[in-house]
Design a protein around this ligand. Structure first.
Ligand SMILES: [Zn+2]
Length: 484
């Protein structure tokens, strides 16, 4: 099975995508590395820049065949020859709609032109694939007639393009069965994804006898895009044990193309999306931890991906415990329950609890002081642009309750001065204060780290809360408890 990748031609026709020479070069190298058989480098006729980029890539001496797209005109073939590619993707409109409305020719003229152009390209040493544009809306006999003209002129391969993605797997299979039997050269399939059937149709074409399939990385392409390489390659292996490209490198290739085109993948994109191997619900995480295949059809490693446990309101004990242990921490049952409760609390606020959030939660619980001399019972703060920031605290100091208010430059400062007052002057000084908002958004978990000093003793403490003032007060109290 040959794979022709057209990320650099059809894929670049994705609205909003335009690739510079360096980016084209990087993608071509990656495609070559993963083992694509034919790389369509672009349309030499499109622009001087594209032609130069194509020529530069050919000079790299890739292992794969390199191809240029050409419309059914001699000038386009000359442009392709100028890039030194060894293959020509000669695109001939075949449907009545395209022949009459776009080309303004008759079918007989198109048949004759196909023969002439293939002869011309072959005479210049190119491998030639004749692509039937809008082939899926072309009457079967016309398709055979136009292809046969190309084959008579020594075309190496022919290809039906489902240009607007209107076939389904049954139709594709049926037509390929007939076509492959009738034609004496390899037949390729170029599938689009307008109705979401790009991969299914390509698999059906393969079952019908197609020996080359056209793809793009991440399914880039006009409108809803083309058949995606990553899904097709995995499916060919999974269902039919057909080897094409190196599956382990799919994830990396996908990331490179995502970054270089700036077209972000949706998280639930099969195989290569961020969530393709992510588990959140307690039941699933528990299952996967016991036996991965309970909720995974293939291992993430097969396509170079990583399994990820995400945390939120659906999280269960097993997942949180596994994550905590991965951090080298062994929690008591009470501590684990506290961690789960905090994860769910964040999840209820509509947040996905990230790894960093979970780290902060774990360290926060590790820093909790159950035998603390000073405990915060109540806390209130007022602030605004026309009031002096004021805080009042109710503290339990060695069992004795004290309520004190303080003022300061801001609510945190006011709280610290109130605590100081309640303790009757501890000479504890705040020497460093750092805030990390762990993830974006106003409801992010805030991790406050402080350094505090008394005499020449300095300690650090931290706390994580969704409220910045609460996290600050908690961190300061923990520091004070370590020092007094
Ligand atoms: Zn296309």
């Amino acid at each position: 099975m040959l794979i022709l990748d057209t990320t650099l031609r059809d894929g670049e026709q994705t609205p909003g995508v335009s690739l510079t020479l360096e980016k084209r070069m990087a993608i071509a190298r990656k495609l070559d590395e993963i083992g694509v058989d034919i790389i369509e480098l672009g349309s030499a006729c499109a622009s001087v820049g594209e032609k130069q980029a194509m020529k530069a890539i050919v000079k790299e001496g890739l292992r794969a065949d390199t191809s240029s797209f050409a419309r059914a005109m001699k000038k386009d073939i000359d442009d392709a020859l100028g890039t030194d590619v060894n293959t020509l993707s000669l695109v001939v409109p075949t449907s009545d709609l395209h022949i009459e409305k776009k080309l303004k020719k008759t079918k007989q003229e198109v048949v004759a032109l196909t023969g002439e152009l293939v002869t011309y390209a072959k005479a210049h040493g190119l491998k030639v694939e004749v692509l039937a544009e809008d082939g899926s809306r072309t009457e079967f006999n016309s398709l055979v007639e136009i292809f046969s003209a190309g084959i008579a002129a020594k075309a190496d391969r022919v290809c039906v393009c489902d240009t607007v993605g209107v076939w389904n797997p049954e139709i594709t299979f049926g037509i390929y069965k007939l076509l492959v039997e009738k034609l004496k050269v390899p037949v390729a399939f170029h599938g689009h994804n307008d109705l979401g059937l790009g991969v299914a149709n390509s698999l059906a074409a393969f079952r019908g006898g197609a020996s080359e399939l056209h793809v793009t990385v991440n399914g880039l392409g006009e409108r809803a895009g083309n058949c995606p390489l990553e899904e097709l390659a995995l499916d060919l292996k999974y269902f039919y044990d057909v080897r094409t490209v190196e599956l382990k490198k799919l994830s990396e290739l996908s990331k490179v193309v995502e970054t270089l085109t700036g077209l972000t993948l949706h998280a639930n994109k099969p195989l290569v999306g961020d969530n393709a191997f992510a588990h959140e619900s307690g039941i699933h995480v528990d299952g996967v931890l016991k036996h991965a295949s309970t909720y995974e059809p293939i291992t993430p490693e097969m396509v170079g991906q990583k399994r990820r446990f995400s945390f939120g309101k659906h999280s269960g004990r097993a997942g949180v415990k596994a994550k905590v242990e991965q951090m080298g921490v062994r929690f008591s049952d009470t501590q684990l329950e506290r961690a789960i409760a905090k994860v769910k609390e964040l999840g209820d606020k509509g947040k996905e609890v990230t790894d960093a959030d979970l780290h902060a939660i774990v360290y926060d619980i590790l820093g909790e002081q159950h035998e603390a001399k000073v405990k915060l019972e109540e806390f209130t703060a007022f602030t605004g642009n026309r009031v002096t920031p004021t805080a009042s605290v109710k503290l339990k100091i060695n069992g004795e309750v004290k309520v004190v208010a303080g003022i300061g430059d801001g609510p945190v400062d006011a709280a610290i001065s109130a605590i100081e007052k309640a303790l009757g002057g501890t000479n504890v000084k705040l020497t460093e204060y750092k805030v990390d908002a762990i993830t974006g958004g106003a409801n992010a978990l805030v991790h406050v780290k402080v350094k505090m000093k008394k005499g020449d003793r300095e300690v650090s403490a931290s706390a994580a809360e969704t409220d910045i003032v609460m996290a600050s007060v908690e961190a300061v109290l923990r520091g004070i408890n370590l020092l007094i």
